[in-house]
Design a protein around this ligand. Structure first.
Ligand code: DMJ
Length: 576
C-alpha cells in the first residue's frame, strides 16, 4: 500500500531544479561520473571479464551476448572519452584475443551484436585510429554476413559465426532488421568494401518501397523477411521499434546529408507519431508517446515505456540539424511526403503540422515528452523511473458537460493534436498543452493515511529500473540543443539517485522496484550502463564538448561515428 506526498519531498525534484549550478559543481559531477564508471568497470574486470557482464550482487558473471566480453566492447569509446587509457590498453588485450566463435547450435543475436560489438569497435576506432579495432570490426561483420541469406536480403534474427548457420522466423522485428545502416555505411567507408554499403542500401531500398498506406508512412513492428513488406500494423516507438525510427534521421546526418530518402522517411514517421501517437494525461496533462495495437483501426494502448524516452532527444536532434520550416531548401515538397497518395494520411497530417510550424511542433513534442520522462523519475521514492507505466485516460468515462447540460462519454479527447488545435483556436496564448514544468507527485509508504491520493495519472506496469539510458540521453541532447540548464540539473539528480540506490561494493545493479527506498536490487549490470548511461551523463556535465552533435552521430548504443567527409573516389565507388 502506497501513500503520497508531493513535490518538495520528492527525493530528486527540488524547488530550484530549473536553475543552473556553479561550474565547479559540474566539474565535480563529471568527475563523479568518471569515478562511477571506474567503479563499475573495475568490478567487471575483477570478477567477470572476459565474460559478458558482471552480476554486481554476487560477483558472478553472465554471458547473454555471445560471451565475448560485451561490457568491454561496449565500453571502449567511453574509456577514450573519459581519458581512461590504462583501462583501454587492458581492454584491447580482450579485443585482440576474441575470435568471435561460438559452439554449434549457439547463435549470435544479430541486432545486439551489431549495435554493441560492431558499433563499439567502430566508434573506438574513429576516436583512437587503432587499426586492430577496425580489423576486428571487419572480421566480425564477415562472420555475421550469413544473416542476409533471405530472399529480400533483410537480416534474420541470428547466426552462428563459426559455421554460418542461421536462425530466425520469417516474420522479423522492425528494430532488429532496420538498425544497421550507420554501422554498415561507416564500415564500408572505412574499408572501401562495397558489400557493406550494399547491405545498408538494400535495407533502405526495401524500407523506401514498402507499402505503408495502412500506417500513413510509419513503419509497423512486424515484417515479412522474404517479401520485405510489413506484416502487421502495430505502431510503436518503444520495444522492437525504437532504433529503426532513430536510424532514419541519423543515417541522413552521418552521410553528411546525402541520404535524402532516409530523411523523407524520418519526416513521414515523425509526422505520424506527432499526429497520432502523442497523448495528454487527464490531470497533470503529461505529454506521452504510446502504441497503436494491431488491427484496423487498432486501439491505443496508453503504455508509456522507458525505452520510448529516446524520442525527445531524437526530435531535438532533428530540430538542431534540419531546416524543418524550409524543407523546400532541401528539395523536399509535400509530394515527397505522400508520393501519389501511397502513404495514407501522411500528406494531410504534414500540412496540419506545418500550420503550427514544423520546428515548433518537433521542439514542443520533445520538451513535453522529456518532461514526462523526467517526472517518472521524480515521482518515485527512489528517484529512478519504472520501466513501463500505463497512463490513465478518461476514455469511456462519463463527464458532465455543463454547457450542453448533459453527460458525455469521453473519447480520444486527450490526443495531443486535438488539444493543440483548440489551443491555437484560442489564440495560442501561454505554453502549448503538455509543455512546461510540472510538479512531481510521490507516493511513499511513509505518508499520511486516510487522505485521497492526488492523481499521478499513471499506474506502474513494470516497476523495475534497468539502468537504462534513454531519459538521460534525451536530457543530454535537450541540454545541448536548447542550452536550458534545467535539463542537465535533472540529469544530475538522476545520477545522484543511481549512486544512492543502485551502487554495490563492486558495481551498479538494476532495481527490482522503484517504489520503495532503499531499493531491492537485481543481480544485473547491463553493458549499456557503461556504454550509454554513464557516457551521456558524463558528456552532459563536462564543459567542453568533445563529441559535438553536428560532427558526430551516436548509434543506438551511444557509440559516436564522425559525420562523413566524402572524397570524390568514395562518391564514385558508392554511386553517391
Ligand atoms: C540499448 O541497448 C539500446 O539503446 C537499444 O537501442 C535499446 N535499448 C537498450 C537500452 O535500454
Amino acid at each position: 500500500m502506497y501513500f503520497w506526498r508531493v513535490t518538495k519531498n520528492s527525493p530528486i525534484a527540488t524547488e530550484g531544479d530549473t536553475v543552473d549550478l556553479p561550474s565547479h559543481v559540474w566539474e565535480q559531477s563529471a568527475a563523479q561520473v568518471r569515478q562511477a564508471y571506474l567503479h563499475a568497470y573495475h568490478g567487471y574486470e575483477r570478477f567477470a571479464a572476459p565474460h559478458d557482464e558482471l552480476r554486481p550482487l554476487t560477483n558472478a558473471y553472465s554471458d547473454k551476448f555471445n560471451g565475448w566480453g560485451v561490457s568491454t566492447f561496449d565500453s571502449l569509446d567511453t574509456m577514450l572519452i573519459m581519458d581512461l587509457h590504462d583501462e583501454f590498453e587492458r581492454a584491447l588485450l580482450i579485443v585482440e584475443r576474441t575470435d568471435f566463435s561460438l559452439p554449434e547450435k549457439h547463435f549470435a543475436p544479430y541486432f545486439e551484436t551489431v549495435i554493441r560489438y560492431l558499433g563499439g569497435l567502430l566508434s573506438a576506432y574513429a576516436i583512437s585510429k587503432n587499426k586492430v579495432l577496425l580489423d576486428r570490426a571487419e572480421d566480425l561483420a564477415t562472420k555475421l554476413d550469413p544473416v542476409f541469406k533471405t530472399t529480400s536480403g533483410l537480416a534474420l534474427y541470428g547466426v552462428n559465426p563459426t559455421s554460418g548457420e542461421v536462425v530466425g522466423p520469417e516474420i522479423g522485428i522492425l528494430a532488429e532488421m532496420a538498425s544497421l545502416q550507420l554501422e554498415y555505411t561507416y564500415l564500408a567507408k572505412l574499408t572501401g568494401n562495397k558489400k557493406y554499403f550494399s547491405r545498408a542500401n538494400n535495407l533502405l531500398q526495401i524500407l523506401g518501397a514498402a507499402n505503408l498506406r495502412n500506417t500513413s508512412g510509419m513503419f509497423p513492428i512486424a515484417w515479412n523477411l522474404s517479401t520485405g513488406q510489413p506484416h502487421d500494423t502495430h505502431l510503436s516507438v518503444g520495444a522492437q521499434a525504437d532504433s529503426a525510427h532513430e536510424y532514419l534521421l541519423k543515417q541522413y546526418l552521418l552521410t553528411a546529408k546525402t541520404d535524402k530518402a532516409s530523411l523523407v522517411m524520418y519526416l513521414r514517421a515523425t509526422t505520424h507519431i506527432i499526429s497520432n501517437l502523442l497523448y495528454l494525461s487527464p490531470t497533470r496533462h503529461l505529454l506521452y508517446v504510446t502504441d497503436k495495437a494491431n488491427g484496423n483501426p487498432g486501439h491505443i494502448t496508453h503504455l508509456f515505456e522507458h525505452l520510448s524516452c529516446f524520442l525527445p532527444g531524437l526530435l531535438a536532434l532533428g530540430v538542431q540539424t534540419l531546416p524543418l520550416d524550409d524543407l523546400d531548401s532541401l528539395g523536399i515538397t509535400l509530394d515527397d511526403i505522400n508520393v501519389d497518395g501511397l502513404f495514407g494520411d501522411a500528406g494531410r497530417n504534414h500540412q496540419v503540422l506545418t500550420g503550427f510550424g514544423l520546428r515548433n511542433m518537433h521542439l514542443w513534442a520533445a520538451e513535453g515528452i522529456a518532461q514526462t520522462c523526467w517526472l517518472t523519475y521524480a515521482d518515485q521514492p527512489t528517484g529512478l523511473a519504472p520501466d513501463e507505466v500505463v497512463m490513465k485516460t478518461l476514455e469511456g468515462k462519463k463527464t458532465w458537460d455543463a454547457k450542453g447540460s448533459q453527460w458525455r462519454t469521453s473519447s480520444n479527447s486527450f490526443l495531443w493534436m486535438d488539444a493543440m488545435k483548440a489551443w491555437k483556436r484560442n489564440g495560442g496564448r501561454g505554453p502549448p498543452p503538455g509543455v512546461g514544468d510540472k510538479k512531481s507527485v510521490v507516493y511513499t509508504n511513509k505518508g499520511p493515511q486516510g487522505k485521497r491520493e492526488p492523481e499521478r495519472d499513471y499506474s506502474v506496469k513494470k516497476a523495475e529500473y534497468l539502468l537504462r539510458p534513454e531519459t538521460v540521453e534525451s536530457l543530454y541532447i535537450l541540454w545541448r540543443v536548447t542550452g536550458d540548464p534545467k535539463w542537465r540539473v535533472r540529469g544530475r539528480n538522476i545520477f545522484q539517485a543511481i549512486e544512492k540506490e543502485a551502487k554495490t561494493p563492486t558495481g551498479y545493479a538494476s532495481l527490482k522496484s522503484v517504489k520503495a527506498s532503499p531499493a531491492t536490487l537485481d543481480d544485473d549490470m547491463p553493458s549499456y550502463f557503461l556504454a550509454e548511461t554513464l557516457k551521456y551523463l558524463y558528456l552532459m556535465f563536462i564543459d567542453e564538448d568533445p563529441i559535438p552533435l553536428d560532427k558526430w552521430v551516436f548509434n543506438t548504443e551511444a557509440h559516436p561515428f564522425p559525420v562523413f567527409e566524402w572524397t570524390p573516389s568514395e562518391r564514385e565507388l558508392f554511386g553517391i
